[in-house]
Design a protein around this ligand. Structure first.
Ligand code: CU
Length: 116
């Protein structure tokens, strides 16, 4: 009977792989390390992402500063999303914030402010 269990496991794996592939066709999820420091940063970044073309959903974890973004690869790409993060005033991985946007941030949201 063991072979049947292995077979059904193989089927489950097969269909799981299929569904992952179907999803990756029109949605991609990336993580971007940002310079966000507080809940206000979270709101501004998630709002900026909501207005960004091709972005389906986004979520920032303030503690780790990681911004998770799901997007449609046909409509946008990772560089455009990082640029949008920069234009909101935050670093995105190795790309620094756009100075003009950064200067518009509230004092508490600037990276020099540190955690609070
Ligand atoms: Cu902030």
């Amino acid at each position: 009977m063991k072979i049947f269990r292995n077979l059904s496991l193989a089927f489950i794996l097969f269909f799981a792989t299929l569904s992952v592939q179907a999803q990756s066709g029109n949605e991609k999820t990336i993580q971007i390390k940002t310079s966000a420091v507080c809940g206000m940063c979270k709101k501004s970044l998630e709002k900026a992402m909501a207005y960004e073309k091709g972005v389906k959903k986004s979520s920032l974890d303030v503690d780790s500063k990681m911004l998770t973004v799901s997007f449609d690869p046909k409509k946008t790409n990772e560089d455009k999303i990082r640029k949008a993060v920069n234009d909101t005033g935050y670093d995105a991985d190795d790309k620094p914030a756009t100075p003009r946007a950064y200067n518009k941030l509230d004092d508490c949201c600037r990276k020099e402010a540190g955690a609070h």
